[in-house]
Design a protein around this ligand. Sequence first.
Ligand code: C5P
Length: 465
Amino acid sequence: MASLTIRKLDEALKQQLRLRAAANGRSVEDEVRTILRASATVEPTQGIASRSLDADPARDRETRPKRVLLIIGGGIAAYKSLDLIRRLRERGYDTRVVMTKAAQQFVTPLSVGAVAGEHAHLDLFDPATEFDVGHIRLARDCDLIVVAPATADLMAKLAQGHADDLATAVLLATDRPILLAPAMNPLMWANAATRRNVAQLRADGIALIGPNAGEMAEAREAGIGRMAEPLEIVAAVTTRLTPRAQPLTGTHVIVTSGPTHEPIDPVRYIANRSSGKQGHAIAAAAAQAGAKVTLISGPVTIPDPPHMTIIRVESAREMRDAVERALPADVAIFAAAVADWRVASAGVQKIKKGIAGAPQLALVENPDILATVAQRINGRPQLVIGFAAETENVVANAQAKLARKHCDWIVANDVSAESGVMGGDSNTVHVVTNDAVDSWPPASKDEVARRLIARIADALAAQEE
Ligand code: C5P
C-alpha cells in the first residue's frame, strides 16, 4: 500500500487541509484519512462528493472510540506507564502519548511507541509533529488527558500555567478534562508548596487519583506518594469516559454550607467547627448531576467546587438574604451549621477590657433559614432538606426537627467528638423522612453527597410521574 506524505503536497492544498482539519476538530492526518475513507466508500458514479465536508465533529466524537492522551512525566513511576498504555488499549481507548524530556530518562520513546502503536510526541518544536498533529490538536483531539506519573514539578507548572514544553503547552491549551496520577517522594507530597499546588489544581477542576501510601521505588522510603496502580487509573478513566446520566439537568439546586460567623465586635465572633466539606461535596455532586447550583457558603478554607455560582456570606442573616435572593429553586439543601444565636448588639468598636470585668453578652435567636423556606406558601422548593448535627439521640432528635421545621427530609449525623465527623472526611448519616429512617453505612463525604443527590433525583422523578 502506498504511503502519503502530507508535507510534500503543494502549499495551497496544505493550507486548505489545515483549515478543514481545524474546522472539524481533527488533526491534518486524521482529516486526510477521513477524506480518503469517505471517497473510497462513495459510489463511483457519484464522484468525490462533498460528504466529508459535512462531517459533524460532535457526532464523530460520540461514535468513535474514546481517545486518551497520556502525558508521561519524569519520575521513577514512569516505568508503569507502559503497562498503563497496554491496559488502556486493551479496553479500546485510542491512546496517544506525550513524553516530557525527563520521562525519556526512565522509559524510551521507542518502547512507548511500540506499546502505543504510534510514535510518542516529544517536542514542542518538532516541525514534523507540529504540522501533522500540533500541540493544539493534541490538546483538543482527545476526550481525556491523563498525566501519569504527575511529578511535583509538572503539577507546579500546571498550577502556574507554564507552557515551556510540549506537555505543559498541551495542558494549558486543552479544554478537555484532566486526570493527574501524582507520584513523588512522601516529603515532596507533604511539602507546603505541593499542598498549595494540589489545592489550586483541584480548585481549577482538575481531578487527581492517588497517590497511594506504601513503599517507594527508592530503597527504605515509604509513605504517601506511590502512583496509583495502572488498573486503578484505567478504572478512573472509564468512570470519566462512560457517559453518565445527568438526572438533575434543568433543575436549580440551592445548597448552604459551612459555619456562620456572628460578630461580637469588629474583631471577635461566635463560630462553630463546621468545615463545609459535606455541603460543598453535595453542591459538587448536584453540579455533576447536571443541576444549576447556587452554593451559599459561610467562611471556609476548602477550595470552591467547580461549575456553580458561589455566594460567600458571614452571618446567618446574610445567609438568609442570599438564600432568598437565590430562590426560586427546585431543591434546597441546608447543610450549613448556622449559628442559633447572635449577639443582640454587636459592638461597633472593639470591646475593651475594663474594671467592670467580663462583658455580659446578650444573645438573640437567628432567623431559621430552613424553617422559613420550608414554610413558604409561594415558591417553596419541591424538596427542602435539612441537616441535623446531633451529639446524642441522633434519629429521635432528627424526627422532632423534621416535624418542627416542616421540611421534607432531615439528614442526621452524629457530630460527637468521638465520631470525627466535624472537619473529617467521612460521615455516617440517617435520612429521616415522614415515613422512614434510612441509615447509611459510614462513607466518605463525597460518597454521601453522591448518594443523596441520586436519592433526590429519584424523588423528583417520582413526583413528576
Ligand atoms: O435547629 P438546628 O440548627 O439543629 O437545625 C439544623 C438544620 O437547620 C440545618 O439544616 C441548618 O442548616 C438549618 N438551620 C438554618 N437556620 C438556622 C439554624 C439551622 O437553616 N438559623
